[in-house]
Structures are given as structure tokens and as C-alpha cells.
Design a protein around this ligand. Sequence first.
Ligand SMILES: *Cc1c(COP(=O)(O)O)cnc(C)c1O
Length: 379
Amino acid sequence: MKFATRAIHVGQEADEATGATIVPIYQTSTYTQDAVGSHKGFDYSRTVNPTRVALEAQLASLENAQHGSAFASGMAATAAVLNTLAMGDHVVVTDDLYGGTYRLFSRVLTRYGLEFTYVDMADLAAVRAAIRPNTKMFWIETPTNPLLKLIDIAAICSLRTAGQIVVVDNTFASPYFQSPLALGADIVVHSTTKYIGGHSDVIGGVAITSNDDLHESIKFHQNAVGGVPSPHDAWLTMRGAKTLALRMRQHAENAQRIAEFLEAHAEVERVFYPGLPSHPQHALAKRQMSGFAGMVSFTLRGPMERALTFAPKLQYFSLAESLGGVESLICHPARMTHGSIPKEDRERRGVTDGLLRLSVGIEDADDLIADLTSALESL
Ligand SMILES: *Cc1c(COP(=O)(O)O)cnc(C)c1O
């Protein structure tokens, strides 16, 4: 079965009790047993719920994997994966990390005795130098936010030795354009809030693996810690995921056109998009991804304040955090998503006050480009 077919059919069998074609929202916390201990495989909805089971099968299939565990948010999925480690374990992490993940690692998990080293993972020598005897995990995000730098997943996997695992946060690429497990990773994490859900109406996360032992450990922590999605949220995510292939093709087509448009515009200083030949890692992007998704960042010429006045001029790009929905968004990373990082740190990483980030939606690209054109002209 190919990707678009799996998205619509895996886990989506007609309901056994009623024949309902669409998996029902099993809005129940508990299940009636015939006799003590005799039930249909469902006992309590934190542990297992049929709507969530359907979503987990669907999302695992999108990464061509054996197992998925769904969570109430991307952060809950990330936390469950980190829960599989023990006090004293060490993690090598991408330095250009999603802010919420950095906060979880640096302000929560260090208090439980986990150790983290942040390195520029594009530099393999730096990654090698960061490895310690107690290193148990590599944590990769690619493309990164908001500069859309790439990390070579297969190259990082080649540094892994026995007892170490590689985890990839695949949120920005989506499973449609990047398959980390096929490149050698052990676990994939998604914030399903973004492309997978795709409609900016539900928070969720998933951890996916084909390794039985890792799956068992994640499942144990999913139940023991309890960060599970509601049946209704699981259902919304599942509905969104059915159209992932269609949406991703349109996100990528629109983003490519917009990136090319911006790069050619006199008011624009620099564009960051892996699908542009000017992207320093365009060759790696073509090797590692089958498309470049919908995130485009850019800087305007002239004083940095122009970035602040530009964003509200747009009609179709809402000024908002988050990404991956059908509607286009614009954000000012230095003041919004990355506002909690000290200015000096932020600028060293290239997240300057003049940087703008677009989540290109699936509206008609002509309308989006006309919108950008008039906002640029009015600067
Ligand atoms: C949004 C996001 C997360 C966190 O997911 P939530 O669903 O907001 O908890 C993690 N990683 C990346 C790359 C994200 O964009």
C-alpha cells in the first residue's frame, strides 16, 4: 500500500458493533466486563481506547513502522520518549531546537539527573566530540526552526553504537516528505498539532518505532505517566491525517513558488528554504527528503524594524505561532516563538530581529503572492 492509501485505510476498518464506516469517537473512560478479568481487550481508557488505537495504527503506517503511541501533545510524546532513560544518562541534542523541547530538557529533565549536550549536528566532528561513556540518545530535529538547517540523519546514525538510540523530531518535514526510520533512526516523534492534524484545531503528539522493546517502554510510560489524548482529539487528528498527502504536496508547491518569489524581490535580503538551490544544504535536502514542505523564512533589507511593520500588513497570513495548518501564518521568531531565548544566544544562532517565518498554507498561491507583493510594496 502506498502512503496516501495507508493514510486513509490503515486502522480505519468499519466498526464491528455497528458497521459505522468511520471509526467512532469512543467517548468512554471504562468498559463493562463479562466476568472479573474477562473483557474485549479494553479495560480503562488511559491504558487503551479504540479511537486512539485506530489513530496509532494509522500514524505508525505513515512512518512505515510497527508501533505508534499517541499523546495529548508533542511535548507529552517527547517526555515519554525521554522517560525511557534513567538518571545519569546523557543525550546529545541539536542546538537549533524547538523551544518547548529545550525547556523540557533544560528545566525539567536535568532536575531528574539527565544530562544534555547541545551541538551543531551539521558538524559531525562536534557530535563525535560530544559523545560520552553514558551517552544513550541522540536527539535530532531537521529541518530546524526557524532557519531550516538540515541534519544528516543517516550520518548521525552511523555514529551510534550499541546501547544508544537516535530519535528524530520529524514535525517540520512530515512523514510524507521524510522517513527517519528508513534512514536508520530508532524512534520518530511528531507534534501532530502541526502538519499531521493539519487544521490548527487540535493539540497532539505521537512516538513511532519498529523496535519492540522501545515500543514496550514507551507504552508503559504512556500509561504510567498518563499524557494521553482524549478520544475526540484522537479522532480529529485521525481525520486530519487522512488528507496529509494531498495537503503536503500543495504546501510544498506553494512554498517553493513563494520562496522563489521572495528570493527574486528587491526588498528581500535572504530566503531560507531547503528547496532553493541557494540553500547551503540543498544537495542533502534532495537526498534525505522527497519534498521540502511548507516552512519558509526570510529577512528584509533595511532596518530590522521593517519586519515588525511588515507582518500585520498581510491579509491572508495570520500573525500567529504554530505551523502546518491549511491556513497561512507569519511569525516573528525573535519576539514570538524564540522570545524566551536571550538576545545574544538568539542572534548567535542567526535568529535576528529582522527574521520572519512563514507557514505557507494551501490557499491559491497566486493570492498568497499578491498579498506578499502588496505588503512589500507598502514598506
Ligand atoms: C510544536 C512542536 C513541538 C511541540 O508540540 P506540541 O504539540 O505543541 O506539544 C515539538 N517539536 C516541534 C518541532 C514543534 O514544532
